[in-house]
Write a protein that binds this ligand. Structure first.
Ligand SMILES: NC(=O)c1ccc[n+]([C@@H]2O[C@H](COP(=O)([O-])OP(=O)(O)OC[C@H]3O[C@@H](n4cnc5c(N)ncnc54)[C@H](OP(=O)(O)O)[C@@H]3O)[C@@H](O)[C@H]2O)c1
Length: 267
């Protein structure tokens, strides 16, 4: 029903994982797509595939944790397409070396995780909004189910995503009069190449799926279409929303495992 024909959309971290599927959904709806990330090789491969489907694609190697790189994404997108209608803040993660129980988290681990997922999501959104100031636009922040629940082992990541959701609501409130909409999408566990490195056995996958009413874990393609809708004109009265996409799951497996372990240890 909706179309993104004539729109230009930036997807940070658009070269792989969920971002890749978001870029694909935007392209399938007719948008010109800008994909960014640190690895040129990954971006070039993704761009080549997106172009095969007829999409106009710009691949920009950029580190989202550098202000100059964010400015360059804006400048090069405007130079190529003359507009920015949509911006998806998807780049984010928590490196396995930077996570652990809260009692042992170091300041440098905290900074890397919270800076990438919260600080730079904000400054990227600010840069996007400044570029959209004259014509309006739509910003989509990729949060996580982790924002809403305890996250034993990745507490600072959950806190950063909770911050993203709160900022999403404030940005929506402050920028509505500029016709800039800001929404967040909060996925549950979604299988990506990266996650497959740890969620790598049938039994682990099954245990995850057992916490999901829809009886499976997510696929990157589960996330893209909603992001495309949020960028479309049909979503023009949707702003400040945080939309879960998680197969109905509200109990993270990590939380359950943690409780079972503690109960076993003290019992
Ligand atoms: N997968 C899940 O289960 C899940 C669940 C809930 C929420 N999420 C959220 O969904 C988003 C995508 O996650 P994913 O699972 O697809 O992650 P992923 O497979 O690890 O991919 C992360 C993406 O972010 C980019 N990125 C990371 N650091 C960056 C930096 N400093 N500058 C620029 N780009 C950077 C990566 O590209 P380069 O490495 O090339 O820079 C890559 O494209 C994240 O915000 C994540 O928190 C994921």
């Amino acid at each position: 029903m909706f179309s993104l024909q004539g729109k230009a959309v930036v997807v940070t971290g658009g070269g792989r994982g969920i971002g890749r599927a978001i870029a694909d959904a935007m392209a399938r709806c007719g948008a010109a797509v800008v994909i960014t990330g640190r690895s040129s090789e990954t971006l070039d491969a993704a761009a080549a595939q997106l172009r095969e489907s007829g999409a106009e694609v710009l691949a920009l190697a950029a580190d989202i944790t550098r202000a100059k790189d964010i400015d360059r994404i804006v400048a090069e997108t405007l130079a190529r397409f003359g507009r920015i209608d949509g911006w998806v803040n998807n780049a984010g993660s928590a490196d396995p070396d930077d996570v652990g129980p809260l009692l042992s988290i170091r300041e440098d681990q905290w900074d890397r995780v919270v800076d990438l997922n919260l600080k730079w999501t904000f400054f990227a959104a600010q840069a996007a909004a400044r570029a959209m100031r004259d014509g309006g636009g739509s910003i989509v922040n990729i949060s996580s189910r982790s924002a809403s629940y305890p996250n034993p082992g990745t507490g600072h990541y959950g806190a950063a995503k909770a911050g993203v959701e709160n900022l999403t609501r404030t940005m929506a409130a402050e920028w509505g009069h500029l016709k800039i909409r800001v929404n967040a999408v909060a996925p549950g566990v979604v299988m990506t190449e990266e996650l497959a490195k740890t969620l790598n056995t049938e039994s682990r996958i099954r245990r995850q799926a057992e916490t999901v009413p829809m009886q499976r874990i997510g696929r990157p393609d589960d996330i893209g279409p909603l992001c495309a809708f949020l960028v479309s004109d049909e979503a023009s009265w949707t702003t400040g929303a945080v939309i879960p996409v998680n197969g109905g799951s509200i109990v993270p497996l990590g939380y359950l495992s943690y409780l079972h372990r503690v109960n076993r240890d003290i019992g």
